[in-house]
Write a protein of this length. Structure first.
Length: 496
C-alpha cells in the first residue's frame, strides 16, 4: 500500500517536471505564468507524497515536529500554486490572482493556530491540520483549477466549435474528482467530518484504496495537461509563422511604398525641394512627391485615413490618381478637384485622404497652393528670420464628397524664403507620457534653427520628433521643405 504514495508522487512530480520543461519551449507568452505555477505545484506535491512514502517504509520519522511542519508546509504551498494556476487561467487581474491563495492560507493558519492548537494535543493536531487544510485549501484549489481549465479565458482559446473540447472537458472532470479524492478524503481525526469520510470509509464503500484512486487521477491529469500545453505550443508556432509572414509582406510593401516616393532632393538653380517621411509602423498612410514640368516645380504631400497597410493602400491609390490628373491639367485646385471626384467613387465609405499640392512659378516667384483638408503650411521669411503659419481656408479631404472643392491660395516668396508642408503627425506629436506637444513649441524650435541648411533642418526636425516621441510614434510624420535660393550649376551638381 505504501508504494501508492511513491507512484502518486511520481505522477505529479513528472507533471511538474514535464510542464516546467515545456514552458521553456516557444509557447504563447500569456499562458506561461499559469503553467509555471502548475509546474511548481507538481514538483512540490510530488515531493510531499514521497515524504509520505519514505515515512511508510521507515526511512523518515514523521513524529518529528520539524519533519511534520516541513511536510505540511510543502503540502499547503504546493496546493496554493495549484489555486494560482487556476486563477491565472481565469483572470489576468493580479489582485484577484494573489488574493485567493493568500486568503485561504491565512484562514487555515488562523483556525489551526488560534483554535485547533488550543483545543487538541500534538498527536492529533497533525491529522486535524492536514484534514482541515484539505477542506479549505486543497478542495477549493482543485475546483479553481477545474474551472480554469473548463472556462478560463486562456483555455477557451482552444475552442474550435463554440464549446469546450472533449480532452479539456475530461481534464476538468478529473480535477473535479480529485477535488473530492484529495480535498475531502483524508485520514481519520478528531474532526467530525473525517470520522465518516476518510481513507477507511472510502475503501469499505468502493473496495478501492484512496491512494490508488489519486494515483490514477494524477496520471490522467498529467497526460491531458501536457497535451493541452502542447496545443498552446502549436498555436504559438502557428501565430508566430503567420506574424512573420505578415511582417515579410509588410516589409515588401514598405519597399514598394518607398520606391514610389523620391529618394533624392529636387535641385534646381532657383528652388530646391527636400522631404522626409517617418513611418509610425512598417508602412503607413503618408506620401509625398515632387517633380519639374514646364518650368514649374510641383510638390505635394498626402495623408490617408487609418493606420498601417490599409492606409498605405489608400495613399498609394490617391498619389497615383493625383499624378494622373496632373497629366490632364496644370492648375493645382483643378487637379485636386478632379482627383476628388474619382477617389470619392473608389474609396471605401469612411476612408479619405488629405492632400496639398503646390507649384513654384519662377517667373513671378510665387507659390500656388491648393489644399484638400491638409494642414496650413508654414513660410519662413528671411528678412524677418521667422516662421509663420500661412492663412489657408478650410476644405474637405479627398474622397468624402464628390462635389467638394479644394482651397487655393497664392504666396509671394523672396530669395532665402522657405516653405514647409507637413502632415498631422507633426502637430499631433506626443511625448513618451502621451502629452501632446504644443504647436508653438514647434514654431519656436524652427525659429531657433534659422541658420541650418534645408537638408540639415529636416534631419534635425526628424531627430527632434523621434527624441520627443521615444519608442511610441502615434502617427506618420511627413515634412516637405521648398527652399527659394539661387545657386550655381556647380552647386546643383554638388548637391545632387
Amino acid at each position: 500500500m505504501e508504494y501508492f504514495h511513491f507512484f502518486y508522487g511520481l505522477a505529479f512530480f513528472s507533471l511538474g517536471l514535464i510542464v516546467g520543461l515545456e514552458t521553456l519551449r516557444p509557447i504563447m507568452p500569456e499562458v506561461k505564468p499559469a503553467f509555471r505555477s502548475l509546474a511548481v505545484f507538481g514538483i512540490l506535491y510530488g515531493s510531499h507524497q514521497w515524504l509520505q512514502f519514505f515515512a511508510d517504509v521507515g526511512l523518515l520519522d514523521m513524529s518529528s515536529f520539524v519533519v511534520v511542519i516541513a511536510d505540511m508546509a510543502i503540502f499547503l504551498i504546493a496546493t496554493l500554486f495549484l489555486a494560482l494556476f487556476g486563477a491565472l487561467l481565469i483572470t489576468k487581474r493580479w489582485t484577484i490572482v494573489t488574493a485567493v491563495p493568500v486568503l485561504l492560507i491565512l484562514f487555515w493558519l488562523f483556525v489551526v493556530v488560534g483554535y485547533l492548537g488550543a483545543n487538541y494535543g500534538p498527536h492529533d493536531i497533525h491529522h486535524i491540520a492536514d484534514n482541515f487544510g484539505r477542506y479549505i485549501i486543497v478542495f477549493p484549489a482543485y475546483l479553481i483549477a477545474a474551472w480554469g481549465v473548463l472556462r478560463g479565458r486562456l483555455m477557451t482559446q482552444l475552442d474550435t466549435s463554440g464549446g469546450a473540447d472533449a480532452d479539456r472537458l475530461i481534464l476538468a472532470v478529473l480535477l473535479g474528482i480529485n477535488a473530492f479524492a484529495s480535498g475531502l478524503v483524508g485520514e481519520p481525526s478528531p474532526l467530525v467530518s473525517s470520522n465518516w469520510l476518510n481513507d477507511n470509509t472510502f475503501l469499505s464503500l468502493t473496495g478501492i484504496p484512496i491512494e490508488l484512486t489519486r494515483t490514477l487521477l494524477a496520471i490522467g491529469i498529467t497526460v491531458l495537461m501536457v497535451a493541452k500545453l502542447r496545443v498552446f505550443e502549436y498555436m504559438f508556432l502557428d501565430e508566430r509563422r503567420a506574424k512573420e509572414a505578415m511582417e515579410r509582406d509588410a516589409e515588401i510593401a514598405a519597399e514598394i511604398q518607398n520606391e514610389l516616393v523620391p529618394e533624392e532632393p529636387l535641385i534646381d538653380p532657383e528652388v530646391q525641394v527636400y522631404a522626409r517621411l517617418v513611418q509610425a509602423r512598417i508602412v503607413g498612410g503618408d506620401a509625398f512627391d515632387y517633380f519639374e514640368n514646364d518650368e514649374r516645380v510641383t510638390f505635394m504631400v498626402a495623408d490617408a485615413s487609418g493606420k498601417g497597410s490599409p492606409a498605405a493602400l489608400l495613399s498609394t491609390a490617391g498619389l497615383i490618381t493625383l499624378e494622373t490628373e496632373f497629366l490632364r491639367a496644370n492648375e493645382p485646385s483643378h487637379i485636386l478637384d478632379e482627383a476628388n471626384k474619382r477617389l470619392t467613387k473608389r474609396f471605401p465609405v469612411g476612408s479619405f485622404m488629405t492632400a496639398s499640392l503646390g507649384q513654384y512659378l519662377p517667373d513671378t516667384r510665387r507659390i500656388v497652393l491648393a489644399s484638400s483638408g491638409q494642414n496650413p503650411p508654414l513660410v519662413y521669411r528671411r528678412q524677418q528670420r521667422e516662421w509663420r503659419v500661412v492663412d489657408l481656408p478650410g476644405s474637405l479631404p479627398l474622397g468624402i464628397e464628390e462635389d467638394a472643392k479644394s482651397a487655393q491660395i497664392e504666396i509671394d516668396v523672396d530669395e532665402g524664403d522657405r516653405f514647409l508642408m507637413y502632415t498631422d503627425g507633426l502637430i499631433d506629436m506626443r511625448d513618451e507620457e502621451g502629452q501632446k506637444i504644443q504647436f508653438e513649441q514647434i514654431l519656436n524650435w524652427l525659429n531657433a534653427q534659422a541658420d541650418l541648411g534645408p537638408s540639415d533642418l529636416l534631419d534635425h526636425l526628424v531627430d527632434m520628433v523621434l527624441s520627443i516621441s521615444g519608442s511610441t510614434l502615434y502617427d506618420d510624420v511627413t515634412v516637405l521643405l521648398v527652399n527659394i535660393e539661387k545657386i550655381s550649376q556647380a552647386q546643383v551638381k554638388k548637391i545632387a
